[in-house]
Design a binder for this molecule. Structure first.
Ligand SMILES: C=C(O[C@@H]1C=C(C(=O)O)C=C[C@H]1O)C(=O)O
Length: 89
C-alpha cells in the first residue's frame, strides 16, 4: 500500500509537469493562430501535424507506446485547433 501511494505521488508530480507543459504549449498555439491569421493561413495544417506525430514517436524512443502517444497527441492538436478557432472568432 505504501508502494501504491508512493507511485501515485510520483504520477501526481508528472501530471503537474504535463499540465504546466500543456499550458505553455497552448499559449504558444494561440500565438501561432495570430501569426497564421496575419498571413492568411488556415488553422488546420495537416503537414505540420504529421511532422509533430513523427517527432513525438522519435522523441519517445519507445515503440510500444507509439499508438498511445499518437492518440494523445492527436487529441492535444485537435483541442489546439478548437482553441485557435475560439480565439480567432
Ligand atoms: C499550432 C498549429 O495549429 C494546428 C495545431 C497543431 C499543433 O497543435 O501542433 C499543428 C498544426 C495545426 O493543425 C500550427 O499550425 O502550428
Amino acid at each position: 500500500m505504501a508502494e501504491l501511494t508512493n507511485l501515485r505521488a510520483r504520477i501526481d508530480e508528472v501530471d503537474q509537469e504535463l499540465v504546466q507543459a500543456l499550458v505553455k504549449r497552448y499559449d504558444l498555439v494561440l500565438q501561432v493562430a495570430r501569426a497564421k491569421q496575419a498571413s492568411g493561413r488556415a488553422v488546420f495544417d495537416p503537414e505540420r501535424e504529421k511532422q509533430v506525430l513523427a517527432k513525438v514517436n522519435r522523441l519517445a524512443g519507445r515503440p510500444e507506446y507509439g499508438r498511445a502517444l499518437e492518440a494523445v497527441y492527436q487529441e492535444i492538436m485537435d483541442q489546439a485547433k478548437e482553441l485557435e478557432r475560439d480565439f480567432l472568432a
